[in-house]
Design a protein around this ligand. Structure first.
Ligand SMILES: *[C@@H]1O[C@H](CO)[C@@H](O)[C@H](O)[C@H]1NC(C)=O
Ligand SMILES: *[C@@H]1O[C@H](CO)[C@@H](O)[C@H](O)[C@H]1NC(C)=O
Ligand SMILES: *[C@@H]1O[C@H](CO)[C@@H](O)[C@H](O)[C@H]1NC(C)=O
Length: 164
């Protein structure tokens, strides 16, 4: 039972009020902060593992300007510390034998929790080179309940002709 408030730093701007899928309880409101310019708070998912409850927060422009890949943060709930930690998903989100262009992949645009534990974090603008030409596909990281990437899923990547 929580009400989530997302605050941008450094300006204390109320970015998002209560997330409707949560049971709203004003007294126990939580706040998490992250950079507004990275679109921190674009996606939000409740999550639970053996360590306890979390809120997963997508930040699809994270890493800008130098390495704008997007990422997902894990934010602990009910453990006395509201500090969110970036999961660094783009590094291990990789399709073998492909010349990848991870910049602008907008990782964290979609978050889908898996009923059997873990979640999928997706970036719809994952790029890869096919010859001299850049193609764009969606890619998802299949993340375990302990926040490790199990595999990457990119069904739209064209056949073997683009691989090297
Ligand atoms: C990423 O997006 C920025 C801003 O739109 C653009 O300037 C840059 O060229 C893009 N990078 C790639 C590798 O597409
Ligand atoms: C994610 O990993 C789990 C465990 O290995 C597997 O059962 C599941 O099929 C994977 N999901 C996708 C979309 O690859
Ligand atoms: C990425 O891979 C490294 C090396 O295998 C591992 O130590 C790290 O935990 C992985 N991170 C994620 C988010 O899977």
């Amino acid at each position: 039972d929580l009400c989530l408030y997302l605050l941008s730093t450094p300006l204390p701007v109320l970015l998002l009020a209560c997330v409707l899928s949560f049971n709203v309880d004003q007294k126990n409101g939580l706040s998490f902060s992250g950079p507004l310019e990275d679109m921190f708070g674009y996606t939000i998912q409740q999550f639970e593992n053996s360590e306890g409850k979390w809120v997963l927060i997508g930040s699809p422009l994270s890493g800008q300007p130098a390495k704008r890949t997007g990422d997902v943060y894990k934010c602990p709930v009910g453990r006395g510390d509201n500090t969110c930690v970036k999961l660094e998903l783009p590094k291990n989100t990789t399709v073998p034998n492909l010349r990848e262009v991870k910049e602008n992949m907008t990782m964290g645009s979609t978050l889908v929790t898996n009923p059997n534990g873990g979640f999928l974090a997706c970036g719809p603008q994952y790029g890869y080179m096919c010859g001299q030409q850049q193609f764009i596909s969606g890619v998802c990281a299949n993340v375990s309940s302990s926040f490790q990437i199990l595999n990457s899923v990119a069904p739209a990547v064209q056949g073997t002709m683009c691989q090297w």
